[in-house]
Design a protein around this ligand. Structure first.
Ligand code: DHB
Ligand code: MG
Length: 220
C-alpha cells in the first residue's frame, strides 16, 4: 500500500501538477534507459515552476540535467523570450537529455552545456552575461557548496536558488557520516547558518520520492 505521504502526493498531483505529454515522455524515457530515477516528482516540478514564476524568471540556470525532466518543468515557466541553460557532466545523460529537449515545444529556449558544473559555471561567470533569475542545483553532491557560491555570483538581488536533496532521508543528522553525498550537502547546509548573502530556509519534502529536502534561498 502507498504511504499516506505518497497518496497525498498523488492527490496534489492530479489537482495541480498533472504532467503534459512532454513530461510523461521524459519520465518514461528515463525508465526505459534503465536508470535509477533521480528526477524530481511532478509536485516538485510544479513547485519549481511556482518559484520561477514568482521571481518572473527570464533566465534560468539548472545544474544537473539528468533526463531533462526538471528542465522541462522549468522551461514551461518561462515567458516566450526567456531562456534556460542546463549543465550536465555525464555524456550519456547529456545525449539522452538533448534528444528529449529536441522533442519539446520549448527546445529553442533551452541550451545544454556538457561539462562539470564547476567548469561551466566558471565559464558563464567569465562571459559576464545577464544575471540568472532562478537556479536549480541538482547535480553531484560533493561540490554543492561551490555550486551555490557560484550561483550567488551569477545572480542578482532577488534571484532564487533552489538546491535538491539536502536532507537525504535524515542522514544529514549524522555529523560523522562517511557518505560523500551527505558530507557534501552538510557543507552547504552549514554554510547557510552564517551566510549574509542570502535569506534561506530548508524545506523537508515528503511524497512519492524518498524523504528529503530542498534549500530555498533568495539573494540579498
Ligand atoms: C541522488 C541525487 C538526486 O539528485 C536525487 O534527487 C536523489 C538521489 C543521489 O545521487 O543519490
Ligand atoms: Mg535531485
Amino acid at each position: 500500500m502507498l504511504s499516506l505521504f505518497a497518496q497525498v502526493d498523488q492527490y496534489i498531483e492530479q489537482l495541480v501538477a498533472n504532467e503534459d505529454t512532454e513530461l510523461v515522455m521524459a519520465r518514461q524515457a528515463i525508465s526505459k534507459a534503465g536508470w535509477a530515477d533521480q528526477s524530481i516528482s511532478p509536485v516538485q516540478g510544479k513547485l519549481l515552476q511556482f518559484f520561477a514564476r514568482s521571481c518572473q524568471a527570464k533566465r534560468i540556470l539548472e545544474v544537473g540535467t539528468f533526463g531533462a525532466y526538471s528542465t522541462l518543468w522549468l522551461a514551461k515557466a518561462l515567458p516566450p523570450e526567456g531562456k534556460l541553460i542546463t549543465i550536465e557532466s555525464d555524456q550519456e545523460h547529456a545525449e539522452h537529455a538533448i534528444h528529449i529537449i529536441q522533442q519539446s515545444a520549448h527546445q529553442h529556449q533551452i541550451e545544454l552545456l556538457q561539462g562539470t558544473g564547476l567548469h561551466c559555471m566558471t565559464e558563464l561567470l567569465s562571459q559576464r552575461g545577464a544575471p540568472f533569475d532562478f537556479f536549480f542545483i541538482d547535480a553531484d553532491k560533493p561540490p554543492y557548496l561551490e555550486y551555490f557560491q557560484l550561483a550567488i555570483k551569477l545572480a542578482r538581488k532577488g534571484s532564487i536558488i533552489v538546491c535538491d536533496n539536502v536532507i537525504r532521508n535524515g542522514k544529514v543528522l549524522d555529523e560523522t557520516s562517511n557518505d560523500e553525498k551527505v558530507i557534501g550537502v552538510r557543507r552547504l547546509n552549514n554554510y547557510l547558518k552564517d551566510c549574509k548573502e542570502v535569506t534561506a530556509v530548508i524545506l523537508q519534502t515528503v511524497g512519492n520520492k524518498e524523504y528529503d529536502g530542498m534549500v530555498l534561498a533568495v539573494v540579498n
